[in-house]
Design a protein around this ligand. Sequence first.
Ligand SMILES: CC(=O)N[C@H](C=O)[C@@H](O)[C@H](O)[C@H](O)COP(=O)(O)O
Ligand SMILES: C=C(OP(=O)(O)O)C(=O)O
Length: 372
Amino acid sequence: MMLVDILEKKIDDSVYIIAEIGQNHQGCLELAKTMILKAKEAGCHCVKFQKSDLPAKFTRSALAREYVSENAWGKTYGEHKEYLEFSRDQYQELQAYSRQLNVDFTASAMDELSLDFLADLKVPFIKIGSGDANNFPLLKKAAGLGVPLVISTGMQTIQTVEKIVKIMAEAGKIDYALMHCVSAYPTPPKDCNLRLISMLKNRFPNVVIGYSGHELGVAITQAAVLLGARIVERHFTLDKNQKGSDHRCSLETHEFKSLIAAIQRFKLTKLPFDPDAIISMLGGDQELAEALQYNGEKKVLACELPCRNKLGKSIVAARTLHKGLKLQLTDLAIKVSEPNGLPAEAYFDIVGKELTDTVYEDEPIAGNMVKL
Ligand SMILES: CC(=O)N[C@H](C=O)[C@@H](O)[C@H](O)[C@H](O)COP(=O)(O)O
Ligand SMILES: C=C(OP(=O)(O)O)C(=O)O
């Protein structure tokens, strides 16, 4: 099955399944290949990685900060990320291997250079992760590439999601999907707020809605499908006990198999089901009931703040900017910065505003540095 068949609504009885290998390959190409093989054997339609150009995604100080964590692969965050990043040759090798196995291969583009890199590889679609859902210039560029997009919405407000849809509409983009997502690893069931899938479907009836989950187990993801999610993404691991931030909330091969088998048993043409019916269909427990409880409008949740602080994007100076300057688009860049600056969604709002302090290249622009 191809993602475009879902995006173009040519098929209404299948769900497209993405195995998010992400950085669970531990920086090892051979392990990545074994994971591709296992994901294919489990029945996944796609294997996905994460592509970053580190100086384009992070400021120098974000890369230089110490990473004190049992999941660290280097002393600084930059060394840690470098260890987990694959080169162009390695991407090409993984892509060729996936082609041999007849499984789609792609990655999330975590900055503009990575977007170009993936477009160049001719992947079947590009993923924009939650960390870039408020990175409006990246979204504009992505919308103009002529490649289908899958855009996650973790750590964002409904206003930001509205803006994403507006950017896509202005670019004439129709082959894209929005993924409901909560960026907490693992996400507690009460924070999964699955009813937002129904809200997104009602609010944006022309857009395909999917689910990128970070909770433990498979039941909540099954419920997401019964609410109408047509694309499912879950992190994939060969062993949850390995070192790394994402293994614990990932699915092992047998869990992916059982998730896919369950989805195949659902009568997808009868979707969506209501939450009470879903609880009884899945023999639901307390956790499923919590995940299906209406939890209010889409907003940034407290459980997402650690991820937003670590990987959310800020507005930074593209070059040294002197006090008194009226800000222009070319003065600004969007990166993960340490400390955080104004959130990326303020990018277009601060253009034309006066800077009240001098800011050096690659340093964050804080709210109190701009006369609003
Ligand atoms: C928001 C986002 O990008 N999240 C990604 C996708 O879900 C994650 O895989 C992060 O890359 C990962 O959790 C980071 O872990 P560390 O900081 O140990 O490299
Ligand atoms: C961050 C990512 O995904 P999500 O926001 O869906 O967890 C990603 O795909 O890189």
